[in-house]
Design a protein. Sequence first.
Length: 225
Amino acid sequence: MNIINWDNVFEKSQEFKTQIPFKFGFIKNVFENSFYEKLFQTYPNLDNFKDSSDMSKSQLIVEWGKEKYGKCEPVISGPDIKFGKEWNELKQYAESDEFIKNWRDFSGISVNKLKHFRLMAYRNGGFQLPHIHNVGPNTLVMMFYFSKGWNDGDAGGTYMASEPDESKIIFEPYDLDNSLALFHDGPKTAHGTRMITNNLERRALQITLEEFNDNTGWSGGNPTI
């Protein structure tokens, strides 16, 4: 199944593993081109997204499998008929041993299971304040981008910062067309999204991989009511 361009991924492995003050990376052309174009063309209309805004963010979201999840609740396994063929193929692949093993090898993080798979988007005025989850120790968060027309300096990509402060940004992606920003979640992993002002739609998919144990559950926390 030609979905991820693994050659491009592994070229960035060492760079990811040696970043400070936390592991993060950016990969261009992360999907095989023909598969990416099908995902891009069938990315759901933002009018059908749910507003998940609060005081810290102005954000749109579509969950996989059901309308809403509880805190730390993992994504439902299997297909979702509201998404197209390629999106269901990607979801199935994201649950596979091959997908998870490759990202474990790439990152050096002991992830072994898909935890989150959700579409996240911003329109003009969308933002997310800098924050730190700190749900580690073995959590890998990935933001796959499906947005054309971004220019250098445009806000919208998930930035990395040395502290939860926009003045402390150490990296911000500007090529959001078939690319991926990812990070190892932990106590120093500050990130966010500057307010979008270009009247474009920032379309993304968040995939989170995490360590899971049958006895203790998820390393980053278990579902709560």
